[in-house]
Write a protein that binds this ligand. Structure first.
Ligand SMILES: Cc1ncc(COP(=O)(O)O)c(C=O)c1O
Length: 440
C-alpha cells in the first residue's frame, strides 16, 4: 500500500475489530496484527501470580506441535494418545497410593476445575444413592470446605445445586482444620473437600487429621462422610518432597483426588487429572459409553473435544523427569521460595503468612503500622518493572487482611528471584516515601 493512500487524520487509527471482516487478509498480515497486540500482554515468565506452567523444554514444545491437530477424545483414531493418557492415570494412581492402581477410575480434564466438578458430582450421586438405599429423604445436599477453597468449588456448588458450607478462617490459620469441622457436617453432607496446597498461601491442610475427625464423627453418629483432596498443586509436590505425609489414598476416607497437570505437573495450560479410589467409587451412570467415532469408548468428563497435545506433553514430563527429576524440580522451587521468603521477611514492613516450606508459595502482608502504602500499591508499582504479583484480601473472617502472593514455579531461577528481590526492595523504599496510600 503506498503512503499516498493515507490521508492525514483520525482515520489512520484503527479500533479493534468486533465484526467479522468481509475480506480475507494475508496470513503474514494477520499474524503481525495479532502478534503485535499480544505484546501488550504481561510476560508469562514474570507472572508470579499464576500457578500455571510458563516454561517447557523445546522437546516438549515440539511434541505439542506434532499433536496440535489431534483431538484427545478421538480415542479410536488416536489410540496412542489414548494409551498415553491411560498410562498417566496409572502413574498418578500409583503415586497417590490407590489400592488398585491398574483398575481404578481416572481421567484427564481441562484443569483442576473440571476435575473438581466431576469429583463433586460423584460425591453428590453417591450420597443420593446412599440416601435412597436407606429409604431416607434427600434434602438439599451440602459440601463442607474451608473458606479458602478455590473458586471452582463455589462454582461446583452453584452449578450443581449443592449448598457450599464454608468453614471461616481464623487468625493465624488460613485453611480448613479438623477442630470445627464436625459442626458443619450433617446427614446431607456429600463430602468434605480438603486442599493440599491452599491457593491463598500455599499451606497444606491437615488431611490426615481431617480424616481422623470424620472417623470420630462416624463413631459418634454413624455418618460416613467421604473426603475429596483438591491437590491442584500439592498432589504433584508432596509425593516428591514430603513422601511420608499421608494425605492421599493411604487414608481410607479419601475417595478421590484432583491435580492440575499444568501446575506442578510441568505442562502448559490446560490439563488436569481426577482419580478415584477404585472402580466402585464412581457410579456407573456417570460414565457414558460413546461409539459413534468408532470403537467403544467409556467417557467421564464435562467436555468432549480436548487437545491431545497436552496429553503428550504430560506424558513427556512424566517420562523425562521421572521421580528423581520431579523431586529435583520441585525441591529447587521450594528452596528458592524459602530463600526468597527469608529475604522478604528482612525487608522492613513485610510480615510472612507462609514461608514456601509447603507449596513453593509465599504470602506476605504489611505490618499493621504501615499506613502510607498498601499491598495494592506494592503490586501496582512492581508491575511497572513487569512483575505480576497479585494483592488480595482473605475470605470470610479475615477480610481485614490484605496479602501479596508469589508463586515459585519451574523456570523461576535463583537469578530471577534475586532480581525480583532487588526490585521489591526498591519499590518498598520508594513507597515508604509516599504520603498516603494510592490503591486500596
Ligand atoms: C487449590 C486449587 N484448586 C483448584 C484450582 C483450579 O485449577 P485449574 O486452574 O487447573 O482449573 C486452583 C487454581 O489455582 C487451585 O489452586
Amino acid at each position: 500500500m503506498s503512503a499516498t493512500q493515507f490521508t492525514p487524520g483520525r482515520d489512520v487509527l484503527r479500533p479493534a475489530r468486533t465484526e467479522l471482516p468481509e475480506e480475507e487478509m494475508e496470513p503474514e498480515a494477520a499474524y503481525r496484527l495479532i502478534h503485535d497486540e499480544l505484546m501488550l500482554d504481561g510476560n508469562a515468565r514474570l507472572n508470579l501470580a499464576t500457578f500455571a506452567t510458563s516454561w517447557m523444554e523445546p522437546q516438549a514444545r515440539a511434541l505439542m506441535n506434532e499433536s496440535l491437530a489431534k483431538n484427545a477424545v478421538d480415542r479410536e483414531e488416536y489410540p496412542q494418545t489414548a494409551a498415553m493418557e491411560e498410562r498417566c492415570v496409572r502413574m498418578l494412581a500409583r503415586l497417590w497410593h490407590a489400592p488398585t492402581p491398574d483398575t481404578c477410575v481416572g481421567c484427564s480434564t481441562t484443569g483442576s476445575s473440571e476435575a473438581a466438578m466431576l469429583a463433586g458430582l460423584v460425591l453428590k450421586r453417591r450420597w443420593q444413592q446412599r440416601r435412597r438405599a436407606s429409604g431416607s429423604a434427600c434434602g438439599r445436599p451440602n459440601l463442607v470446605m474451608g473458606a479458602n477453597v478455590q473458586v471452582c468449588w463455589k462454582k461446583f456448588a452453584r452449578y450443581f445445586d449443592v449448598e457450599p458450607r464454608l468453614v471461616p478462617l481464623e487468625t493465624g490459620q488460613y485453611h480448613l482444620t479438623q477442630e470445627r469441622l464436625a459442626r458443619y457436617c450433617d446427614q446431607n453432607t456429600i463430602g468434605v473437600v480438603s486442599v493440599l496446597g491452599s491457593t491463598l498461601d500455599g499451606s497444606y491442610e491437615p488431611v490426615d487429621r481431617i480424616c481422623a475427625a470424620l472417623d470420630a464423627l462416624e463413631g459418634r453418629t454413624g455418618m460416613d462422610i467421604p473426603v475429596h483432596v483438591d491437590g491442584a498443586s500439592g498432589a504433584m509436590v508432596a509425593p516428591f518432597l514430603d513422601p511420608d505425609l499421608a494425605w492421599d489414598f493411604r487414608l481410607d476416607r479419601v475417595v478421590s483426588i484432583n491435580a492440575s497437570g499444568h501446575k506442578y505437573g510441568l505442562v502448559y495450560p490446560s490439563i488436569g487429572w481426577a482419580i478415584w479410589r477404585d472402580t466402585e467409587t464412581v457410579p456407573e451412570d456417570l460414565i457414558f459409553q460413546v461409539n459413534y467415532l468408532g470403537g467403544h469408548m467409556p467417557t467421564l468428563g464435562l467436555s468432549f473435544s480436548r487437545p491431545a497435545s497436552q496429553v503428550a506433553a504430560q506424558y513427556y514430563s512424566f517420562l523425562r523427569y521421572g521421580r528423581a527429576g520431579l523431586r529435583r524440580a520441585q525441591g529447587r522451587c521450594r528452596a528458592i521460595a524459602q530463600a526468597l521468603a527469608a529475604e522478604i521477611a528482612t525487608i522492613g514492613p513485610f510480615r510472612l503468612l507462609s514461608d514456601g516450606s509447603q507449596l513453593p508459595v509465599i504470602a506476605f502482608c504489611l505490618a499493621p503500622d504501615t499506613d502510607n502504602f498498601t499491598v495494592f500499591d506494592v503490586s501496582r508499582t512492581l508491575r511497572e518493572r513487569g512483575w505480576q504479583v497479585p494483592a488480595y484480601t482473605l475470605p470470610k473472617n479475615r477480610e481485614d487482611l490484605a496479602v501479596l502472593r508469589v508463586v515459585v514455579r519451574h523456570g523461576f531461577s535463583g537469578e530471577l528471584a534475586q532480581l525480583f528481590l532487588d526490585d521489591l526492595q526498591r519499590v518498598t523504599d520508594q513507597l515508604a516515601k509516599q504520603a498516603a496510600p494510592a490503591n486500596h
